[in-house]
Write a protein that binds this ligand. Sequence first.
Ligand SMILES: NC(=O)c1ccc[n+]([C@@H]2O[C@H](COP(=O)([O-])OP(=O)(O)OC[C@H]3O[C@@H](n4cnc5c(N)ncnc54)[C@H](OP(=O)(O)O)[C@@H]3O)[C@@H](O)[C@H]2O)c1
Length: 353
Amino acid sequence: MAETNSPFNQQLPTVRRAFRRTDDFTPSTPKVKLVTEPLPEFTPLSVLIKVHAVSLNYRDANICNGDNPWPVTDKGIPCNDAAGEVIKTGTHVSLLAAGDRVAPINDTANLTNRETTRSWLAADEDGVLAEYIVFDERTVTKLPEHLPWVEAAVLPCAGVTAWSALKGAGLGSSVLIQGTGGVAMFALKLAGAAGLKVILSSSSDDKLRQVGEKFPGILGVNYRTNPEWHEEVLKITDGKGVDLVLEVGGAGTLVKSIKATRRGGVVSQVGYLSKQDPRDLEELFEVLIDRRVVLRGINCGSKQDQDDLCAAVSANKMRFDDIIDSVEPFEKAEEMIEYIWQGKQVGKVVLTL
Ligand SMILES: NC(=O)c1ccc[n+]([C@@H]2O[C@H](COP(=O)([O-])OP(=O)(O)OC[C@H]3O[C@@H](n4cnc5c(N)ncnc54)[C@H](OP(=O)(O)O)[C@@H]3O)[C@@H](O)[C@H]2O)c1
């Protein structure tokens, strides 16, 4: 182990408790298992982070249930959203110090958005659902000082994704945000801070009502009871369409999303939660060309994006307590992953340690 700079040398841990995936995809069997294991390798550029909060994402439930299309390491540690405190730094660490409040970035190979490789937490490498985590200092950003741990933990995935998806939407423009999940709720917060007009779509009037009570002024569209929801979006925008759509449905919703976008607007493709039937895309090229829409793939963001988001959140002293669905102890990971898998949440589910 490399020499360390730490005021905490006396109490530094050598082992950690972590949840690892069982990779048993049979329904109703446990999807994660609590283990005690040695800490990962520590290099001169490493920082050891004591984790205080981990926020769960749809992706975690998806990977734990074997439904993720990208390769993942065997029985890896899930989750990519952690907030914690640096408790030890390697000898060559220069960007961070013990006591810093930090979060690792989601793709540790994406520092500038120009890299050609990727290394996703909880897929290509272990995730963050553990008491202690070790990262190269270059893959970690400082968190806004004013945010409690629970709220800070929603920044790296939902936050950076929403930030990337809304990029370019200027003051006064209109956005359609799909769903009431974590990314959507974070986008709602950013849109509010940026002065955007928001239309929110959901499968549930009850969820729309709940969100509407917290965020007066947003307009709701129910995509389940109104399969022609794009017509409603057009009606609300005087037939023009919104400037930007945050798209989470994929094949089942994309064509309608483009129809709901103004000519020359942007569709940010973030997810593909609907049934992926290629027949739903038959009109794609016709509609894309007709509406001159920019279809933009979103893959969370870079270290630079995470730094930029944190700077914006700090500058505005933004809080995220109003988009937290529930806070539970670390030990309830299994139960809460299932809760997400069943889509019961409105906003973010966070585990605390
Ligand atoms: N590309 C990236 O970098 C990135 C990063 C994070 C997440 N994602 C993806 O983004 C999506 C959302 O992630 P999340 O963590 O926010 O998930 P989440 O918290 O589970 O929320 C998902 C919500 O999406 C809505 N939804 C589901 N099917 C829909 C459909 N056909 N049309 C419109 N809305 C629909 C639902 O809202 P209602 O219940 O209100 O209907 C659901 O609650 C997932 O596909 C996830 O994999 C992508």
